[in-house]
Design a protein around this ligand. Structure first.
Ligand code: CP
Length: 317
């Protein structure tokens, strides 16, 4: 699908669940243009000149935080990075008080990551004149990750419609899988989920996905195999007997990958636990792995989101 609309309906990007297919297509099409900007010698356009974007990261991040910052710089925005570490959050200041103080400095947009599901929505409702972009809220949603995953699939396979996508691993605690399910089903891809029963939420099949508990069955006929990290920080304790047993039953190896379609794409949002959910020789094999392409595409997709929420909006007003 190509975009038929030219703007997003909301001032915020809080999740994929509330987007319509035309908006997803618009973001992906816009990102194609910004990917070309990133390939130029001078990687900068003036779209967000004079706008202040605050990256409010209260949970650890490498890819999302860095690629948003690069995206903002490529759009000529002024950027400010805020993390809990070294801030007055360490003295007990709350998210709301922290955000109120940052908003008093008049940003145009806030990109945020926080461990609490719904935290991005809370700020979006509190600040009607500021665009909030969710960079991951607990195990709820991670919309720009799903958008960059979709961009990578569409670029490599030429379409999303009818593509067989298998997602394997910590389905229960992953915000990436929730955003991907919403996006891929809206774009008519076929989604299969595979995980041990303890990591598979009950009734997730109601979201229009196929659920299996065998990796071999899940991989059969897949165009894309997306491996997820085991979220030890959210599980509290292991949801299976040992990491070794997990690797033996759900770890992606070269041998297991033979069941997939020829030309299968191996994806992972990162960070990877090598030797737990994925073997290193699969993760690093350029014949399969598009894991670093996902990272490259993340900058273009985040430029598109920032532009559509900030640049395009301010041009029209
Ligand atoms: N994929 C992802 O969100 O990675 P980071 O946690 O490093 O941002």
């Amino acid at each position: 699908m190509r975009a038929s609309s030219t703007s997003l309906r909301s001032k915020d990007l809080l999740g994929i669940e509330t987007l319509i297919p035309e908006e997803i297509a618009l973001i992906l099409d816009t990102a194609e243009g910004f990917k070309e900007v990133s390939e130029r010698h001078v990687k900068k356009v003036p779209a967000l000149r004079g706008q202040l974007v605050i990256n409010l990261f209260m949970e650890a991040s490498t890819r999302t935080r860095v690629s948003f910052e690069i995206a903002e710089k490529r759009l000529s925005a002024d950027t400010l990075n805020f993390s809990s570490s070294g801030s007055s959050v360490e003295k007990g200041e709350t998210l709301i008080d922290t955000a109120d103080n940052l908003v008093a400095m008049q940003p145009n947009m806030i990109v945020m990551r926080h461990k609490h599901p719904g935290s991005a929505r809370m700020l979006a409702e509190r600040y009607p004149n500021i665009s909030i972009i969710n960079g991951g809220d607990g195990s709820h949603e991670h919309p720009t990750q799903a958008l960059l995953d979709a961009f990578t699939m569409r670029e490599r396979l030429g379409r999303l419609n009818g593509v067989n996508v298998t997602i394997v691993g910590d389905i229960k605690y992953s915000r990436v899988v929730r955003s991907n399910i919403h996006l891929l089903t809206k774009m008519n891809a076929n989604v299969t989920l595979a995980a041990p029963p303890t990591l598979m939420p009950v009734e997730i099949d109601k979201l229009g996905v196929r659920v299996v508990h065998s990796l071999d069955e899940a991989i059969e006929g897949a165009d894309v195999v997306m491996m997820l990290r085991i979220q030890l920080e959210r599980q509290g304790k292991l949801s299976f007997p040992s990491l070794r047993e997990y690797y033996n039953t759900f770890g992606l190896t070269r041998e297991r990958l033979r069941r997939a379609k020829k030309g299968v794409l191996v994806m992972h949002p990162g960070p990877m636990n090598r030797g737990v959910e994925i073997a290193s020789d699969v993760a690093d094999d350029p014949n399969y792995s598009v894991i670093l392409e996902q990272v490259t595409n993340g900058v273009a997709v985040r430029m598109a989101v920032l532009y559509l929420l900030g640049g395009a909006h301010s041009t029209e007003s």
